[in-house]
Design a protein around this ligand. Sequence first.
Ligand code: MN
Length: 205
Amino acid sequence: MAVHLHHEDLPAGVLAPGPVAVDTETLGLVTPRDRLCLVQIADGRGDEHLIKFGAGSDYAAPNLKAVLGDAARIKLFHFARFDLAALHHYLGVWATPVFCTKIASKLTRTYTDRHGLKDLVRELLGKEISKQQQSSDWGAETLSEAQQEYAASDVRYLHGMHEILVARLEREGRSSIAEASFAYLPTRARLDLAGWADKDIFSHE
Ligand code: MN
């Protein structure tokens, strides 16, 4: 169980086959303005890989793109909408097929409105994660130990939650609507990037 920091790409062959947990850290919430600084990826066996992109990066990253674009691997995200847009904008790849733990939580945990990663990890797995480093400078030349640990913890529990949420969706007969919602996410991300981020195009208004 270790956190591995890499620069500009994921080394080849470090991930076991199967679903991968993915998260991103950026300089802010406006994707075209706020650059992609870090991609975190884990295969669920206990190690987390952090790929740091420097200012002025060309985002070539062929190994990372191959994993993200691999149609045979499910990509697990928490709030995939944001990460898909950032990954597509900077790396030019759609990280699909997707399973989003936030959407799965909203479709099953209808007894609460707490769908943040911290709350979900606590309820489903009984683990505590810190969100203290969330709003830190991810563009810094050197990431602190606390930043690296925070970034790794964002992908550490997605496999465990995926398993539980798949069972919950199944139990409540909502697997199909979840799958259709996940499949729509690249379109939602495209709308965000194209200027409809704050608009619900399905709403009457
Ligand atoms: Mn994160």
